[in-house]
Design a binder for this molecule. Structure first.
Ligand SMILES: NC(=O)c1ccc[n+]([C@@H]2O[C@H](COP(=O)([O-])OP(=O)(O)OC[C@H]3O[C@@H](n4cnc5c(N)ncnc54)[C@H](OP(=O)(O)O)[C@@H]3O)[C@@H](O)[C@H]2O)c1
Length: 332
């Protein structure tokens, strides 16, 4: 089967198309014949060996993970929830850039037969992350939400899901006017270019000086540090990625927290394991939202699996709005 692997860390050029055996599902595992595989920002960090999360333990040759959508092609011993031929999706940390992908059953979710494969890559991780971060923040109807990197793969879903959850005001940040216009089309009320020095003042002004109730932060670093000071009393900041912050931990004054401000993190793998029912309920809600048009999963580009290096270049150039998806050529 066609597999994309790399044997050393580096730029997009280290990604190689190679012929590898179809993997066999072990106990509790499902083999998926892939139609579509997403490319996210985290995978570009993994390829460069700057991915900060503790659960990432790469071994060469590395096959990167992602959101895979396809059809069940094999079942390991003990799998009871799926049958061969079922249309499914799954998020996996390893092994997704290939025609056949093995995943643990607990990661597998049903995908409606008629749903476009690229669109359905919203279901395994980006949708659940957007919904899970909003739940972690205990968003209440009427509250204000600030979504950083709001035109990105997860961010553009978070804008819409915050709206669907009843947010009173959705404030979007992004790095260009074009991206902000995209966030406006998706329902953001306030648009702020956070590459400009005064962005934090503009966020505060947009809330009438009160501060923001909920901040979803996938950028980290200085953006995270300034975000803490933007929280309203009892405001909650959920940190879930470090696209701009590298590995540095920004220093936060305890006196900023004493004003009843809360900071927490979010990792999908932990959430999926610990909040199983809510994770599955969110999945059902997301399928409904995508089907009835409440949420649009914007696909910036689809590319053949072989053009994975171009996909990584696109993500790293920060030119995309929405998501980038690889297609294997197989149709469901
Ligand atoms: N916690 C979890 O379970 C989990 C799982 C998967 C992914 N994530 C994280 O979620 C975040 C979003 O992932 P995604 O795949 O949807 O990515 P994305 O938002 O499509 O791309 C990342 C965006 O971050 C912004 N950014 C800010 N500073 C940047 C910098 N210095 N370099 C590059 N980009 C920068 C860019 O938007 P602007 O140009 O508008 O600034 C860029 O488009 C990432 O941080 C990822 O690591 C978290």
């Amino acid at each position: 089967m066609r597999t994309i692997r790399f044997h050393e860390f580096g730029g997009p050029e280290v990604l190689r198309l190679e012929d590898t055996p179809v993997p066999r599902p072990g106990p509790g595992q499902v083999l998926i014949a892939a139609e579509a595989v997403s490319v996210g920002f985290a995978q570009t960090q993994m390829r460069r060996d700057i991915f900060p999360a503790p659960m990432w333990h790469p071994r060469f040759p590395v096959v990167l993970g992602g959101d895979v959508v396809g059809v069940v092609a094999g079942l390991g011993p003990g799998v009871s929830g799926f049958r061969e031929g079922d249309r499914v999706g799954a998020f996996t940390l390893h092994g997704a850039y290939a025609e056949y992908v093995v995943v643990d059953e607990e990661a597998v979710l049903p995908v409606p037969d008629g749903m476009d494969a690229a669109e359905a890559t919203a279901l395994p991780s980006p949708g659940p992350i957007a919904m899970g971060t909003l739940s972690t923040a205990s968003l209440r109807p009427g509250e204000s939400v600030l979504v950083h990197a709001a035109s990105g793969g997860i961010g553009h879903l978070a804008v819409q899901l915050a709206r669907a959850a009843g947010a009173g005001q959705v404030i979007a940040t992004a790095g260009s006017a074009r991206k902000l216009e995209f966030a406006r089309e998706l329902g953001a009320d306030v648009l702020i270019d956070y590459s400009e020095d005064d962005w934090a003042d503009r966020v505060r002004d947009a809330t009438g000086g009160k501060g923001v109730d909920v901040i979803l932060d996938s950028v980290g670093g200085e953006v995270l540090r300034r975000g803490v000071g933007l929280l309203a009393p009892f405001g909650r900041l959920v940190f879930y990625g470090s696209a701009g912050g590298g590995l540095a931990i920004p220093s936060v004054s305890p006196m900023e927290l004493i004003d009843m401000r809360f900071i927490t993190g979010f990792a999908l793998s932990r959430w999926r394991a610990a909040r199983r029912k809510q994770y599955l309920d969110n999945h059902d809600a997301l399928v409904r939202y995508l089907s009835d048009g409440t949420v649009r999963h914007a696909i910036h580009a689809t590319l053949p699996l072989e053009e994975v290096a171009t996909a990584h270049e696109l993500v790293e150039s920060r030119a995309h709005t929405g998501r980038i998806v690889l297609l294997t050529g197989r149709t469901g």
